[in-house]
Design a protein around this ligand. Sequence first.
Ligand code: AMP
Length: 323
Amino acid sequence: MDVPENLHSLIEETTNNAVGLVYSQPTQQQIVQDKQNYLISYIESLQKKDEHTNDNKKQKVNPFENPEKSLTVYKGNKYTILLNKFPVQKNHFLLITNEFIRQDALLDPTDLITVYKILKQLSKVKNTDSKTVAFFNSGSNSGASQAHKHIQFIRVDNDYKLFPDRVVAGKQFYVPNFQTPPMADQTKSYAHFIAPLHKDGDDDDVASDDLAMTYIALVQNCLTVIKDHHHLEGLEAPQTSSLSYNFIMTPDWLMLVPRSKETAATNGHFFNINSLGFLGLILTKNKDTYEKLVNNEFLIDTDILQKVGFPREYEKPDKEGDY
Ligand code: AMP
């Protein structure tokens, strides 16, 4: 799909004229620090969204089969750009496939290059104090609620530091392989794989094939973690179809996090985590949980993120790519 040059204004225009957006405005929000910043949000209205999602599930409604007209930003041959009906912020939007494709199918090279082009296009918008981040929750443990393939886009304030930016600083694009594995942040306790996408030069865009090879290399690393975990825990070998992971992309990096479960339970508190959790954005609809989070009563990295992912010791012991 050719990404429209005026995508940013199309999104703004559609948002201004949209009917039926149900914002999940934070009731309270605070940044807390563990080894990194986390943005903790208490969102009372998440309840409403959950009710709607559960109703949809019961009635087996696929909201992306006939996307709502007033939420549609742009319709191409293969994809539609659609506003999220339950945005976590203004201009939260989705890229959905026009034909039904399962959310747990791998991303294909066209999906990847389209996501990348959208990110590049939006990074050209001047005078903003935030950057666009794409994410994709795939597999039953990933925190996805819809079965139809969709990639989401949100904006993150420039002041809010994303750790992969630090990991890839000064690194040039390469396709990870056995000799040059993906990168990781040593301070994190959970397995994750980062590939730098930044390229200096006349043509600073990563080519579609290179993007696809990079993604597949990171998927393979996730599968290895899941397989090693099953092996070490004496469990039956996993099916390829049991692959669950979170995918997060900016114009500068791609990160995949293998997932072991959807929800972490800690001292009677429950955390439903999707890709946003691995950006340090923790949302809760429970006031008591919120207060405990902001009072540092949980170690977010180990009590929550590692529990829904895998410990880093399941990563390959090759430290070359480590930050
Ligand atoms: P996920 O939960 O990761 O599968 O993402 C699905 C997203 O679709 C959620 O963020 C929902 O808010 C959003 N959503 C649900 N119903 C609709 C709809 N009718 N139109 C647009 N977005 C929707």
